[in-house]
Design a protein around this ligand. Sequence first.
Ligand code: CU
Length: 165
Amino acid sequence: MFNVIIMFRFLLISISAFVFLILHSTSNAHEIELGNLTIKHPMIPIFGSKMKTAAGYFTIVNKTNEADELIMVKTNFANAMIHKSKIDNNGLATMEHVEKVLIPSNSSVAFEQESLHIMFTALKEPLEEYMDQKVTLVFKKLGSKEIEFQVEKVSSKTMNSHKDH
Ligand SMILES: [Cu+2]
């Protein structure tokens, strides 16, 4: 009888953990429809309160038969530009400024770690978790679109590519 109670408790805990996971992942996976393009999960990871720079990540999905281009990024809270990380011949991680990013038809482009990202420098004030930040993405065809980026605390172990710049 005692065992049954323990099992029942265990089952309840598992179910609530499962429900929590589902709720959590849906709230993380926010998508913004911009007509021809969809922006998936725009986010800025933060590692602490002393960051002088930050990076923005998201995925742009283009389900149409027409390509577009991301030609500029703007924000009030920092200087923003498009960067691409790469590994140089000496095996060191570097990054370069990218003028524009082609969003081909019927495909998606991921801004993610060790790849494309929005580089934020000269932050006007520290980024804080849950204080979402507005970023304007300027597309050649679609025009200017203001997006809310979720500021999310992450451990430097899971995302350390931007600790050093
Ligand atoms: Cu960068």
